[in-house]
Write a protein of this length. Sequence first.
Lengths: 260, 156, 274
Amino acid sequence: MTAVLRRIGALTVDGIWWLGFISRFFAMVLIHSGQSFRRLPLTIREIYFSGVLSLLIIVVSGLFVGLVLGLQGYDILQRFGSSDALGIMVALSLLRELGPVVAALLFASRAGSAVTAEIGLMKATEQLQAMDMMAVNPIARVVAPRFWGGVISMPLLAAMFSAMGIFGGWLIGVVAIGVDNGAFWSQMQAAVDFRYDVVNGVIKSFVFGVAVSLIAVFEGFDCQPTAEGVSRAITRTVVGSALAILALDFVLTSFMFRGL
Amino acid sequence: MSRTTLDLWVGLFVALGFAALVFLATKAGSYSGLASGRAYTVEASFDNIGGLKAKAPVKSAGVLVGRVADIRFDVQSYRAVVKLDLDPRYQFPRDTIATILTAGLLGEQYVGLEPGGDSDVLKNGDRITMTQSAVVLEKLIGQFMFNKAAESPSQP
Amino acid sequence: MNSSVSSSSAALVRLEQVRFAYGEREVLRGIDLEIHRGQVVAIMGGSGSGKTTLLRLIGGQLRARSGRVEVAGQDLGGLPHSALYALRRRMGMLFQFGALFTDSNVFDNVAFPLREHTDLPETLIRDLVLMKLQAVGLRGAAALMPAELSGGMARRVALARAVALDPMLVLYDEPFAGLDPISLGIIGQLIRRLNDALGAASVMVTHDVHASLELVDYVYFVSAGGIVARGTPDEIRASTDPYVHQFVYAEADGPVPFHYPAAPIASLLDKVSA
């Protein structure tokens, strides 16, 4: 019993330690972010690696999620004789939840793990130390551009995911099943509010982008400089990002939709 | 600094992302002009708003003309004060009646505006004086039962 | 280059009574050493003797617990980060396996410090980089990626990068580790040649006795956190110190015991039979 308590205590202390460390790291990244914007090619390169290379998985997954939503939504809604509302269901579930959350989960496993691996390998092969010895701050030169590349890419990817999902729902609902095209779009437009649904979705994906990018660069920077350490760091990035995304999603949702 | 193919891809990526955002804003959402700032606000107080929520539609003759911006309880009059954001394209006479209606039997509640005949129109910050509260289903049923019960002894 | 320890105050690197510990484990116990311009100095010792820690203290990657670490007259102990970086622009460091940036080619690797720290036009950077690569004999490899280089070539590229800004002090972490005899000879020669050409000081941490005794001016022997012997290569070869003798002639047993400390084997046998 005491062993269990002791273990819980140790985990709690470790967790708080980790939280403090990552917060300090976050502050360091922000302080050293000037270069990421003064030397845009550095950040553009990372947008390429984080964003452009995630495009395919995001677009394809968005389409499939939309197709499934179309099928399931139609099946549920037609029981109530309101299959015309399919557009509302597809659009709202994508814009508010599935778009930001699923896109962020995919982003964490595609781009986040790649960033952790890259920074971890740079650490394991002493490239970060070498940079530091050349009087070039690795946080400013390596970490911050990757962080901002992720933060900029994430909302754009989530928007593309949602747009593809709505297209997928339209394909199933209107093209395959035969829901009225006009009703699909007009009901959607009447129900989806720009400020409450679209903007809140973008805010969510921005917050997820910050969380995933921070965890990815932190785990890479903090890993044990060995092959094993890097592989463990990648696992921690994916698991930590997923937990952070889902927890933050709950917090953000309860703030945003409190009035409803 | 020279252009690279990488810039091209990133440019394409950013353009696609913004295109998706514009699509979501215009095609999927109702980005009408009702964004706060352009709308004008009027107030109406009700005895009972039933299940009305912020953001609920405001309709006149079945057409969406605005949204409920805010609901609060006035401790002086013990009435509910509802703020309505109305689309500036639509003007309503000062003696317009605001009613809380229900879409279908159990659907969501919205505010219906029934224009009167006054030549002056409602302006930002004005108050709609004539209102009709929500029909509360439980009260209605209760009343119906009460009436039935009152009738029954005289039946036999 | 016949320099021996002179007591002149113009020492480029000077350590006085330096102590360092990782947590509770004390690694260095009062180190004194001096390195002058023009010298190539080797710090030798077995694995875990604290010699790499010593190099990191000189490079400012670690800070001493007590004592002074002075480079170019500045005490690294209380130096703010910006001043340390200013100092490091005049230092070069060759890491054990080169630590080349794996995502850029040889040319961009060598150009890195020039691009980061100078506003030179690209044409001038190109000339400088090719000059440095020429010096290490790899001008023809400018377009190769680090993954395409052999271990020896990678280290030569890293050496070109370390001296790109013409440093006053070059630090070498195990420059000979894992090299074939030919590459080893090339690296050794390059270290000597570059040091003399730059008029810089070089400090190398190594346990390769023969390769380093060929080219250095002075040797410090580190063992168990202290300096146990020092001298010119000839003095070291002739040393009667048992530790130095064991190290130089690679004997299995000596002051550094073959056995890891353990209970006497007899007591173990008793336990098994009991």
